[in-house]
Design a binder for this molecule. Sequence first.
Ligand code: ADP
Ligand code: MG
Length: 698
Amino acid sequence: MSLSDHNIQFLRGVGPRYANLLSAEAEVSTYEDLLQLYPYKYVDRSHIYAVRDLRTDMPYVQLCGRFVSFNLVSSGYKQRMVGLFTDGTGTVEIVWFKGIKYIRDTVNTTDEYMLFGKPNAYGGRINIAHPELEKTNSAQLVAGSIQAFYNTSEVMKKAGLNSRTISKIIHSLFAEIGPNGIVETLPAYFIQRYNLMYRTDALRTIHFPSDTPTLQRARFRLKFEELFYVQLNILRNKNINHTKSAGVVFSNVGPLLNRFYSNYLPFEPTNAQKRVVHEIRDDMRTGRQMNRLVQGDVGSGKTLVALMAMLIACDNGFQACLMAPTEILATQHFEGLKAMLKDLPVRVELLIGSTKKRLREGILAGLADGSVNILIGTHALIEDTVVFARLGLAVIDEQHRFGVEQRARLWRKAAVPPHILVMTATPIPRTLAMTIYGDLDVSVIDELPPGRKPVTTLHYFHNYRNSLNRFIREQLQLGRQAYIVYPLIEESERLDFKNLTEGFEYMKDAFPEYKVCMVHGRMKPDEKDAAMRDFVSGQTNIMVATTVIEVGVNVPNASVMVIESAERFGLSQLHQLRGRVGRGAEQSYCILMTDVKLADESRKRMQIMTETNDGFEIAEADLRLRGPGSIDGTQQSGLPFSLHIADLAKDAQIVQYTREIAQELLKADSLLQAPENGIFVRRLAELSKKKADWSMIS
Ligand code: ADP
Ligand code: MG
C-alpha cells in the first residue's frame, strides 16, 4: 500500500475530529497529503536573547527565564492578564487577552520557561503578547534548533489544531512509517547526477530541519521533483500529440515572401521579429503540426510576424487566416495588411459579423475555390459555413480572448490540421508560459522597434483634477487625442456605468471646444464601431470608454491615457491599457487616477506602473503580487498537478532547469517506454490521479 492509501484518521494524535478538520480546511486526508503539508516558515531557535537587549524591531525572539508575578488587569469589558517575566538581565511584560483561565491554570512562577514571541511597543514599553511557552525541563519535541511553522485556519486553531499540533502529528507519522516508509520517486542515477537529497531525507528535513544548509537542500530536492514532473508530463504529452498530428509541410520560402521581404518591408524587422519568424519557419517545415505561442509586449510588432508566416503558407499553395477578438481590430488588421502587401498577388478578404450578405457570399466562394489567400476576421470565421479549400495556417491574435474550444474549431477546418500560431500581448513570464501553455511552443518578441518613446506614467490623486484637465488641454491643443478609461466590472455594473456616463458629461462640460465620444460594451456593435471609427479618424478628440478599448486598437495620434479608479485594475490590464498610447512619434502619457487612500497592494501596483514599461517585468510583479492563478487565461489551461512547495514565479530558474533535464531524458526515449524509465511513468500516473487545484498555489 502506498502512503496515499493510508487515511490519517488512524494516526496517533489525529482521530475523527482532527481528520475531518484537516480534510476540510487543509485538503489533507492521507499520509501522502500530510507529508506534503509543508511548513510556510521556519524560525531559528538556537539563539536565546537577553531581556535587556530586546528591541521592538526584532522579529521573533526566544527568552529563557521565570515569571515573577501575574496580574489580571481589567478596564471595562477589556480584560487582560499581564505576567512579569525575567531572565536576570531585565524584566518584560507578557500579555494575554484570551485564554486567560488556561494560562492561570497551567503557567506558574516556579518553573523555568523557554518563551518565544514577538516584541511589541506598548505605551512606551516593550511587551510580548501571547507567546509560546515551554517548560525547559520538559522534553523538547522538535529535535534541532529550527522550528517549522504550519498554516492553520481559525477553525483549526480553535479546535487546538495549531502549528505545534500539526508538527506533533507529522512526528508520529514518521514514527509510524519507519525508516523505509517513504518511496523514492526519482531513479538513483538522477539523484547522483543532479546532486539531490533522497526523498525520505528531504521530507524529514523539511518538517524537522537540523540546520539551514540541509533545509535548503531539502527544499531544492522537493521543488526539483515537483517541477520536474510537471515538465516531464507536459513534454511527454507533447511528444504523444506529435506522433498523432501530422502537419502540412511548408518546404518553400517562395516568391511572395521574398518579394515582400526585399521590396515591401515598411521597416527593418527587429532581431526579435526575425528570430521568431525563423522559429515559425522551422516549425512549419517539419511535417508536424505547429502549435506556437508568440508573446510580445504591446507594440512589439506581432502583426508583421503573422504576415510573414501567412506569406509562407501562400508560397506553399495554402490559405491562411487571422482571427482577431473584435471587429475593430479585425478591420484594422485587414487594412494594415492590405497596405503592406501593396500589389503582391495575394487576395486578402475581411469576414466579420457585419459583412454584407453579397460580399460574404463572394468571400465564401473564394475561400472554397482557393482564390482567397488570406482571410482576416473575427470569430465569424470559425463558423461552419466558412469552408476553406486548403487552410494551412491559422493565426489567432490576442489568444487570451479566445477559449481552447475556439482554437480546436480551427483545427477542424482542414483535413490535415492547419499550423496554429497564437499571439498574445498579455505578458506572462516565460517559465509560467512554458508551463501553463503546456501544449504550445513559446516564442518571445522581447524587443520593441527602435525609436519608441517610452510612455511616461504618472500617478495622480482625484483632487488633482484641475491640473489634469490643463494637461489634457495642452495635449489636445497640440493636435493629439486622449482616452479616459473607466472600470466596468459585472458585480458593480450599474454603479460603474453611472460613473462612466457622469465622466462623459463631465468631460463634455470641461472641454466644450472639443468633441467627446463615449464607447462601452453595452452599445450596439455598429454604434460602437462608428464611435471608434470617428476616434481613429480624428473626428473626435476625447474618448471616454470602458476597457472595450483594451485590446489592440491602434490610434498613433492618441497621446494621453487617463485611467480612472486605476486601483481597480490588475497590473496586466493597466499595462494593456497603457499600450494604447505611445504608438506614434510623440511623447505619450498614461495617468493613473486614484483616491488618496489606497490599500498597500494597490499602491504597490501604481508604483510598479510608474517605474517600468516592460511588460515582462510587470508580469513577474503581477505574479508575485497575485499568484499565477489569477493571471488572465491561466485558469483554462491549468497545471497538470498541484504544486505544494515550488512557486512558478519565484522558482523560475528551477522551472528552466528541470525542463532541460526532462527534455534530455525524452530525447533518448520520447514516450518513456524503456523499462528503466518505468519509475517516471509510475510517478506520473500517481500524480495524475490528483488534479491541480490553482487555489492552492501560493
Ligand atoms: P503588436 O505586437 O502590439 O500587435 P503591432 O504589430 O500592431 O504590435 O505593431 C505596432 C506598431 O509598430 C505598428 O504601427 C507597426 O507598424 C510598427 N512596427 C512593427 N514592427 C516594426 C519595426 N521592426 N520597426 C518599426 N516599426 C515597427
Ligand atoms: Mg496586435
